[in-house]
Design a binder for this molecule. Structure first.
Ligand SMILES: Nc1ncnc2c1ncn2[C@@H]1O[C@H](COP(=O)(O)OP(=O)(O)O)[C@@H](O)[C@H]1O
Ligand SMILES: [Mg+2]
Ligand SMILES: [Zn+2]
Length: 376
């Protein structure tokens, strides 16, 4: 085993400019334009699933506002990107800027933090032109903290910018959200995550094959951070990383295995389907995750059968080869049988999550569905 030192990948490869933030094109375009024109706002709300770029983008705004090169060179300011060389930029990367204050609302529900914010926000920035407050997990703030924050959001000092980040938009009071510019951060597609993983693997001189990269990217389930952490773990094993290694690491089967079972099920090969399940179980795969992957896969095959134009959207989640496999299933997809099948699998997934019986619910579901349809 090779022991690597240094920063975790997800910190080392945090995007240093807006252009490197993947999958959030609208947000990036809007912010870049605002930065070019010197029109960045004073209150933002970034919301969406974890690991999609909220904190990263908040820090980029902090850099954009205080970057010394942007202040001194009009032509450079028009790029809408930070320089990443000046003290203001580098101190944001090192999380050592006095003008960028990150608040974790989850700790102590933000009571002391918001009190401190109200006191410190009125004083001038120490180095740059702006003070940027990034409030993470904003949904955790107490009603009292929200109230305290509300007045500041209404009339912030000219030098202050407040950026709220949350995974749970619905939990924020409308009085707050209505006073911010709102940006949704979407889950990243598998292809975007793979692009990023490939870049990291290359920079770190990690040898990893495409099948392995795909399994890691898929296991991230839309979160770049989760996928990058998995790659980090896989890399620390040293040597060549192949699909088998990664399957062991994540407990997840590659899409090929999901496809194989889907095909058997759709062809009503009950015996072989049960054997395949048994094999996945023996290989140590997490059967609950496997069931979830199967549900998503069948649902995509069904929707694709009903509406072939969806192919374009599914390109984001599948490689060309995977798409071909998926398409090969569409002739087998009949709503009358596929819908009860998917329903039964969803039920068994719910049962598996909390039961002592591991793989039994999916087995039962398949037996029921395949026997019933065969007897018909
Ligand atoms: N849109 C993205 N493009 C590229 N990398 C990303 C993106 N989102 C997240 N990452 C990776 O994941 C890490 C964590 O992202 P972060 O911005 O902290 O996510 P969150 O949305 O949870 O705040 C980043 O350092 C980066 O390596
Ligand atoms: Mg974050
Ligand atoms: Zn700079």
């Amino acid at each position: 085993m090779i022991h690597r030192m240094g920063l975790a990948f997800y910190r080392k490869y945090r995007p240093k400019q807006l252009a490197d933030v993947l999958g959030q094109e609208t947000n990036v375009a809007l912010l870049k334009n605002a930065a070019r024109d010197g029109r960045l706002g004073h209150a933002y709300l970034f919301y969406g699933p974890r690991g999609t770029g909220k904190t990263t983008t908040a820090r980029l705004i902090a850099k954009l506002l205080n970057c010394e090169r942007r202040r001194n060179e009009t032509a450079f300011a028009k790029t809408g990107e930070p320089c990443n060389v000046c003290l203001a930029c580098t101190s944001v990367d090192a999380q050592g800027s006095f003008d960028v204050i990150e608040i974790d609302a989850a700790s102590n529900r933000g009571i002391d933090e918001i009190r401190n914010l109200k006191e410190s926000i009125v004083t001038a920035p120490s180095h740059g032109t702006h003070k940027i407050y990034i409030i993470d997990e904003a949904h955790m703030l107490t009603p009292a903290a929200w109230n305290a924050l509300l007045k500041t959001l209404e009339e912030p000092p000219r030098h202050a910018v407040i950026i709220l980040a949350t995974t749970e938009y619905e939990k924020l009071p409308p009085t707050i959200t209505s006073r911010t510019q709102r940006f949704l951060f979407k889950k990243l597609s598998k292809t975007h995550i793979m692009e990023k993983l490939r870049r990291i693997a290359k920079a770190e001189k990690i040898t990893i094959d495409d099948a392995a990269l795909e399994i890691i990217a898929a296991a991230g389930e839309g979160s770049a951070r989760d996928a990058e952490s998995l790659l980090d773990q896989a890399a620390s094993w040293g040597g060549n990383i192949d699909a088998r290694t990664v399957e062991e690491l994540t407990g997840r089967a590659g899409l090929r295995k999901v496809h194989a079972l889907a095909e058997l099920v759709l062809k009503k090969e009950l015996g072989k389907a049960l054997e395949a399940l048994r094999a996945r179980h023996d290989e140590g795969h997490n059967m609950t995750d496997f069931t979830k992957d199967l549900i998503h896969y069948l649902r995509k095959a069904l929707t694709l059968a009903l509406h072939p134009a969806l192919l374009k959207a599914y390109r984001l989640d599948f490689t060309d080869e995977e798409l071909k496999s998926l398409q090969s299933l569409t002739p087998l997809m009949k709503s009358e049988t596929a819908i009860p099948l998917i329903r039964a699998l969803i039920r068994s997934y719910a049962e598996m999550r909390y039961s002592q019986f591991a793989a039994i619910p999916i087995e039962i579901a398949l037996i029921e569905q395949l026997q019933v349809t065969r007897d018909k």
